[in-house]
Design a protein around this ligand. Structure first.
Ligand code: COA
Ligand code: ZN
Length: 312
């Protein structure tokens, strides 16, 4: 169904953000299969893994092997997280063509997550982003803790915008504001988005990354849409959390996001039954029930009134 509202990009983070904090060992080929199901569902930007220290994120220490297993279809982007030169070298060797660098709005979080202050991280990223541009890669810069920090509390929107502007100045194609611990509310999204465009950052280059820790993720998406944002992150199965963000729970679930967008008439190119298949697959791999709203209820066919692709 569409009433011509336009296209919204869904940037899938399940394989990276969704799995990074899972203690159950996940075989590399299961990760590749999960990514294949996501691609089959029509997702075109799938953040595949991270080229970070294996001590920091043991679950993603197979990044090099995983990249070799991915089916590089035309029109599909598999960005990977890169924190430093070492990560960049590994990404180049693995043949990636899209990277995300990640800093934060707060020094306390950046220090714990990547062992650098925000300023130090921007200095580290500058040559990496220059190199990525030379190679013609797509680049994203995350501003984590854009709404609040687990160590220092509320983040004022102007601070988040300041970090976003610095990333744009370093040449990233897209900045993504992350609500790492899921504390943001729609009024904050509205304010942050307004300040961002007021600062001269075009909203086509801005994405939001919400966690549903306190049940505000979809309300925040709606606020973002109204303010002009057209890219949102989500994870099939609603998995996720960050080891350096105590209390961070799951990402906004891709199935919940797709349901909302399609029912409102946005075009996503993503099949809900396909996402549900990927979500069920990852839940099985993790040995957990699929606990997301649409994962349990299924979609809904307005012509027949019947649920679509409901579990079991
Ligand atoms: N890939 C693989 N190994 C790496 C690496 C990379 N990108 N960067 C560093 N390492 C290794 C070093 O070789 C070193 O190994 P050794 O102890 O065997 O000699 C060790 O990690 C420490 O390296 P160092 O440069 O001192 O970094 P650090 O300990 O200050 O850690 C980061 C800095 C950025 C590497 C680390 O904090 C990190 O990877 N963080 C990522 C966190 C994350 O992904 N969070 C979730 C996303 S929001
Ligand atoms: Zn996240």
């Amino acid at each position: 169904m569409t009433n011509g509202r336009g296209h919204v990009r869904i940037y899938e983070v399940g394989p990276r953000d969704g799995l990074q904090n899972e203690s159950t060992p996940i075989p590399t080929d299961a990760k590749a299969r999960f990514i294949g199901l996501l691609a089959d569902a029509g997702l075109r930007e799938i953040e595949a893994t991270s080229f970070v220290s294996p001590k920091a994120i043991p679950q993603l220490s197979d990044a090099d092997e995983l990249l070799a297993l991915l089916d590089r279809r035309a029109g599909l982007r598999y960005p990977v997280l890169v924190p430093n030169q070492r990560g960049m070298d590994r990404a180049e060797a693995a043949g990636v063509d899209a990277i995300a660098v990640f800093t934060a709005a707060s020094d306390a979080f950046a220090s714990r997550n990547i062992g650098m202050t925000v300023e130090e991280s921007l200095r580290t990223f500058a040559p990496l982003l220059r190199r990525a541009q030379e190679l013609g890669w797509w680049t994203r810069g995350y501003v984590s803790t854009a709404f609040g920090c687990p160590y220092t509390g509320r983040v004022e929107p102007p601070r988040a915008v300041e970090v976003a502007r610095r990333l744009v100045e370093l040449g990233v194609d897209e900045v993504c504001y992350g609500d790492t611990i899921g504390v943001g509310v729609p009024a904050q999204v509205e304010e942050l988005t307004g300040l961002t465009s007021g600062d001269g950052i075009r909203l086509e280059r801005v994405a939001y990354h919400f966690h549903d820790t306190r049940g505000t993720a979809l309300a925040n998406v709606t606020a973002g849409l109204r303010a002009g944002i057209r890219c949102f992150d989500s994870a099939a199965g609603g998995t996720g959390g960050c080891p350096y963000a105590p209390g961070a729970a799951g990402n906004l679930a891709t199935e919940d996001l797709v349901y909302l967008l399609e029912a409102e008439g946005w075009e996503t190119g993503v099949s809900l039954p396909g996402v549900l298949e990927a979500a069920r697959y990852v839940a099985d791999v993790l040995g957990k029930p699929l606990a997301t709203k649409v994962g349990q209820a299924g979609g809904w066919d307005p012509l027949t009134g019947a649920p679509v692709a409901r579990a079991g």
